[in-house]
Design a protein around this ligand. Structure first.
Ligand SMILES: [Fe+2]
Length: 201
């Protein structure tokens, strides 16, 4: 037998970057968030006990950072029409809150930007999107001993300034905030967003 080759098709991209001026940006966003939350009721989304703002925020300069990143992803994904930022909101997860498994329907690209991530405040969990691959679960060696190409689930440990983009159909969830402190510093705070490609123009 000659070499046994393996071709991996249909990869699931998750774009990841650190925003360069995130300390100043996050200070500004925290002020905006505190002021906004005083005046506005949250909504019910994937949040379990946490606060989910309305998604109509138009906050510069975070919107600029997101749109600049989207331009790079359009190039990488060979998109022929630009994607527009259509929704932007923030999430505050105090201890014991989390976000249930969900997708972002009717959108093309979604993601999250991290502002405050106390210790043990919840990782971002990503599920294998190939639903039919869950029909069988052959026993495998532990994840740490095998190629990430073989993993069936993965996660990200968020840090302030981290920005992730992923296809809106990709199912994800946020772990329970198990931070044991009290007060505002125990809150996990992030912003989420949706882009839609303007293919109809
Ligand atoms: Fe989400």
């Amino acid at each position: 037998m000659t070499n046994l080759d393996c071709d991996y098709w249909f990869p699931t991209p998750i774009y990841r970057t650190m925003v360069s001026n995130y300390q100043e940006l996050n200070k500004e966003l925290l002020l905006l968030i505190r002021e906004h939350k005083e005046k506005n009721e949250g909504i019910q989304g994937s949040n379990i006990q946490g606060y989910h703002s309305k998604s109509d925020l138009q906050w510069e300069p975070i919107a600029k950072v997101l749109c600049d990143t989207m331009r790079k992803i359009e190039q990488a994904e060979a998109l022929t029409q630009p994607c527009e930022l259509v929704e932007l909101w923030y999430n505050i997860n105090p201890p014991q809150s989390h976000n249930a498994n969900h997708t972002h329907p009717r959108c093309d690209w979604s993601g999250v930007y991290y502002i405050q991530t106390p210790e043990n405040s919840g990782m971002l969990h990503i599920d294998d999107p190939r639903d039919r691959a869950h029909m069988t679960l052959p026993k495998q060696k532990p994840a740490k001993d095998i190629s990430p190409m073989l993993w069936r689930t993965t996660h990200y440990q968020p840090t302030p300034g981290m920005l992730l983009f992923f296809p809106s159909w990709l199912s994800h969830s946020v772990g329970i905030n198990l931070n044991t402190n009290t007060g505002d510093n125990a809150d996990r705070i992030s912003m989420s967003f949706n882009f839609i490609q303007g293919w109809f123009r």
